[in-house]
Structures are given as structure tokens and as C-alpha cells.
Design a binder for this molecule. Structure first.
Ligand code: XMP
Length: 523
């Protein structure tokens, strides 16, 4: 599904303008949970979308001050507010921006952070189901005051800060809330977003089932009948679902390709090939471990390893595309990749280059048409489609695994020895979690090996071994994550098994930093 034909998406569509706020993607998720499609666009990219294709617009939070927003952006927001006719909801910064554009005064020195109580002063459908006083989550340094007559004050905080406003501009409603309805700490936040959708008469039809049909219909119209397509499969959920979509579109003309780059988890190749075969996706297996590892050996920079691996992947796929005369290449890109990449967020720094959706080299992109049927879906939505398509549990519940594999779990110098330790230790982490029934309750669980050493005593001898860091995280979509509060006896079992069975390891540590500020993978 491309943005050009977004109008095929069933039901209403909400556009979320991202001003750089840390919770923007949560707004998108909450709206989708309420069965309405939502899409994020970075404010500087507003010219790339057609607001007419959407039923309402949400202006998100920001680390910026309204006063520091550039003139062009203020002008664009003014046009949306003053000339447009789509219902608007401003959240935090978006609320201040609306207030400011309607003539309220911006003030500093009114910051509120965290848990705050607000009082509803004028009842409104936006607050259906709310009591007069409710707990919300605030995170702002500035606020609006001196509201003009055109703005109705709906709620204020315990600190007498304007907490919610309403106005009618061009015969449509415009709301602003200073707090964050999208975070769980705002107790009735979900209800507020639900109310907003009710007020604008949103048609709730965003169900992955409908969306799946929509993808198939649209792509069936787009692709050449009898065209040949190549899809890279890893056994992960995204590529498996992408391949099944490809199978439906291209039938026997789909060539699933599994590249064994030598950086896989233990037993992975056998497991993946047999699971894919059960789904009728008989992959062509390309055995190129030595080719990859010899190129990576002794490299010290993870990003460089990603680049080398990306380049090799592209070369291999390009050879197959050429040999088979393929017209299409299918990729399992999902929405978080698009968001974190610059797909919606041009000013965002590229956190890790995999997030760059354009990760495929330019020369590759020019050779083949690239189809990304999942690019508007979150991972849990992909999982739902997978269930619909009868993908077995072992694939649905498998933890995400990065394309460059264990190359991003060996930090510092990349050596065959460290790769082997990483692979064996990771297997132990997964095995123990399975034995304790915890594997499918966590998002990812693995081991990391760096260059640091720790003196140990094994038997009677002093040894100088690797430190293995165990990372086990919980997450909904990989965008944020927290370390899992694994019981001590499970950690203990992991640690003992690793040090007992891997001679080269003398210390096991547990990584307890959330994302942000950390990331899930170590590099
Ligand atoms: P980070 O480490 O950025 O990871 O918090 C978020 C999610 O992305 C996966 N990841 C990758 N996936 N190629 C991929 O295909 C990569 O280079 C890569 N790096 C991280 C990671 O496993 C997690 O699920």
C-alpha cells in the first residue's frame, strides 16, 4: 500500500503531524487500537500528503517551543487550522500551537511534569465518561493563557494551567489538550481519544483482516500477471507474511530465497527451512557463510558490518533477480522501520542504519520494482495477519532477529571465536526461557559478547574470559522497550549454564536499561 492510494484503506483515516514529540507513535497506536487507521507525517513533509485524504488531523507534541518553530511550519499549521475543514486535535505542543494561532498568549514558567490532576470546567463530549476531576500525564514547559473569546476553556490543571480548549473554526471542531491522552498514566486518555473519534463520526474499519484484503486487491491490480518475483525470507514473521502475500500474488512465480550468512542462531537454518516448507514456501537456500564472515573478520565498527552485510545481501539478490528475470523484489519493511528511518521523519537521526528503509543500495533499487506490502503495519498487526494466514505458532512467536544476525551482537572486534561464544550463549538464554515457560512472554532474549574480559577461577586455574551480557526485553513494537524482570533463579540458571558449558566465559551480566535511553541491540 503506497501513500498515493491511501484512500483504499477501509474506514476513516487520521493524519498525525509529528513535531518531534516522543509519544507521537503512541498516538498512532492508540488510534489504530480504536480501529481507525492513522498515519504519522513529519511536519516538514506535510507537502507530501494530501490532507483531503484524511478525516481529521492531530497535531502532536514536541520538544520545541511554539516560538522557536520556523515560519514556514507556523504558516502551514495556520493554513490547516484557518483555511482547512478537517476536525483538529492538538496534543501538548499541538494544543499550544492551536491556542497561539487563535490568539491566546504563550507563557513560560508554567511547567508541569508527570502526574497532574485536571478539573473539567465545561462539560463536552470530549470528556464523556470522565469525572469532574481526573489524573492526567503532563510534560510541558510552556502553556497558553489569556484565551480570546473564540476559545472555550474546557479544563484546567490543579496549577490553574489551561488543560483543554475547544473552538469552532470553519464549522468544524478544534480541540486542544495540554496533557498526553496517549500515555497509560492519563487514566482516561484512551476514552478521550475514543470520544474524539466519536465526535468526528469516524468510521471504524481498521481491522487487519480488512487491511489484508486491501493489500491483495491493490497489489493484484498493480503487478504484472505472470511476473516473476523474488522475496528474501529469514523465517521471521515479517518476511514470512510478505512471502505468503507474494505467493498469493505470483503463485509459482515467487522465488523465496533464504541466505545463510553464517551469522544465524544455532539450528536456525534447518528450523526455518522446514517451517517455510510446511507453508508451501520452498526456499532456495544460499550458503554463503564463509563469504560473509571473511569480509567481517577483524572489523571493529558495527555500522560498517551492517553496511558490508547489506551490500552482500543486495549483490546476492541482484544475481538471483538477473538469473531468474525477476521484475519484483518483495521486502518485509514494517511501520517502525519507516518511522525510525526518515520515511516520515526526515529530521530524525538515523539511529541504526537498518532502520533506514532505503537500506538497500541505490544501485539495487534501480534494477527491480520493490514491493513493501507491510510498510504501514506495526509488528503486532503483522502477527494478526500471520494468524489469519495460518502461520504456525513457532514462527509467530519467534523473537525478532536482526537481518545482520549475530554480527550486531558481537561488539568491538569481530572474531570467529566471539561469534561462536555469542551463538552458544544465546542458545542457552533461549533454552532456559523456554524451559521456564517465559520465551513467548518476552520480546527478545539473547546474549552479547564484547571485548571486555573478567578474571575467573575455573577448576583451580585462573582464567581470563569473556563477559557475556544477557539482554531480555519486553516491548509491544520494538520502538520502546524495558528489560524483563526475570526471576533471579532463571537468571541464575542462565548464568551457571553459560559459564559451565562455555569455557571462554567467566562472567555473565544482565542488561537493565530500557529503550530509550538505550536500544535493544548493543550496536
Ligand atoms: P534497536 O536495537 O534499534 O532494535 O532498539 C529495534 C528492533 O530492530 C531490530 N534490529 C534490526 N533489525 N536489521 C534488522 O533487520 C538490523 O540491523 C537491526 N538492528 C536492530 C532489533 O532486533 C529490535 O527488534
Amino acid at each position: 500500500m503506497t501513500r498515493e492510494n491511501i484512500t483504499n484503506i477501509p474506514g476513516s483515516r487520521i493524519l498525525i503531524v509529528d513535531y518531534g514529540g516522543q509519544y507521537t507513535h503512541l498516538i498512532a497506536r492508540r488510534i489504530r487500537e480504536l480501529e481507525v487507521y492513522s498515519e504519522i507525517v513529519f511536519y516538514r513533509d506535510l507537502n507530501r500528503v494530501n490532507i483531503e485524504d484524511y478525516d481529521a488531523v492531530i497535531l502532536s507534541g514536541s520538544h520545541l517551543s511554539v516560538k522557536s518553530l520556523d515560519e514556514d511550519a507556523v504558516e502551514t499549521a495556520r493554513k490547516i487550522l484557518m483555511d482547512g475543514d478537517k476536525p483538529l486535535l492538538g496534543i501538548c505542543f499541538g494544543h499550544q500551537l492551536i491556542g497561539y494561532l487563535l490568539g491566546a498568549k504563550l507563557s513560560t514558567g508554567c511547567s508541569e511534569y508527570g502526574r497532574t490532576t485536571v478539573e473539567i470546567l465545561n462539560s463536552d463530549a470530549l470528556f464523556n465518561g470522565w469525572s469532574n476531576s481526573e489524573v492526567v500525564w503532563m510534560s510541558h514547559g510552556e502553556c497558553i493563557e489569556d484565551l480570546p473569546d473564540s476559545i472555550t476553556l474546557l479544563a484546567e490543571s490543579e496549577n490553574k494551567v489551561v488543560a483543554a480548549i475547544k473552538a469552532v473554526v470553519n464549522n468544524r471542531v478544534v480541540y486542544g489538550v495540554q496533557f498526553h491522552p496517549e500515555v497509560h498514566h492519563t487514566v482516561k486518555g484512551r476514552r478521550l481519544l475514543d470520544n474524539f473519534l466519536g465526535i468526528i463520526n469516524a468510521k471504524r474499519a481498521w481491522r487487519t483482516e480488512n487491511y489484508y484484503r486491501c493489500i491483495i486487491d491493490e497489489l493484484s491490480r498493480e503487478v504484472t500477471k505472470n511476473g516473476v518475483a523474488v522475496v528474501g525470507v529469514s523465517g521471521g514473521i515479517d518476511s514470512t507474511v510478505t512471502a505468503l502475500i507474494g505467493k498469493k500474488l505470483f503463485g509459482d512465480k515467487l522465488i523465496p530465497v533464504f541466505v545463510d550468512h553464517g551469522l544465524l542462531r544455532e539450528g536456525e537454518r534447518e528450523l526455518v527451512v522446514s517451517s517455510l516448507e510446511k507453508l508451501g514456501l520452498n526456499p532456495l537456500v544460499i550458503d554463503v557463510g564463509e563469504r560473509f564472515i571473511s569480509k567481517l573478520e577483524d572489523s571493529t565498527d558495527c555500522e560498517e558490518r551492517r553496511r558490508v552485510i547489506g551490500e552482500e545481501f543486495a549483490r546476492i539478490f541482484s544475481e538471483i533477480i538477473e538469473k531468474e528475470g525477476a521484475e519484483y523484489f518483495l521486502q518485509g519493511t514494517t511501520y517502525p522501520d519507516v518511522i525510525e528511518s526518515g520515511g516520515t521523519h526526515k529530521a530524525a537521526s538515523v539511529i541504526k542504519s537498518h532502520h533506514n528503509v532505503g537500506g538497500l543500495p541505490e544501485w539495487f533499487r534501480g534494477r527491480v520494482k520493490i514491493l513493501e506490502p507491510l510498510r504501514l503495519l506495526y509488528k503486532d498487526e503483522v502477527r494478526e495477519i500471520a494468524r489469519l494466514l495460518g502461520v504456525p505458532r513457532e514462527i509467530i512467536e519467534r523473537h525478532p532477529f536482526p537481518g545482520p544476525g549475530l554480527a550486531v551482537r558481537v561488539t568491538g572486534v569481530f572474531t570467529r571465536g566471539k561469534l561462536d561464544v555469542c551463538r552458544r550463549a544465546s542458545k542457552i538464554v533461549e533454552d532456559v526461557l523456554r524451559e521456564y515457560g517465559l520465551y513467548s512472554r518476552v520480546w527478545q532474549a539473547f546474549a552479547v559478547v564484547g571485548d571486555d574480559k573478567w578474571v575467573g577461577v575455573k577448576g583451580d586455574a585462573r582464567s581470563h574470559g569473556y563477559i557475556v551480557t544477557v539482554r531480555i526485553v519486553e516491548s509491544v513494537d520494538g520502538m520502546t522497550a524495558d528489560y524483563s524482570k526475570i526471576p533471579y533463579d532463571v537468571l541464575d540458571e542462565i548464568s551457571r549454564r553459560i559459564t559451565n558449558s562455555i569455557q571462554e566465559v567467566t562472567m555473565v551480566t544482565y542488561a537493565i536499561t530500557s529503550k530509550p535511553p538505550s536500544t535493544i541491540e548493543p550496536c
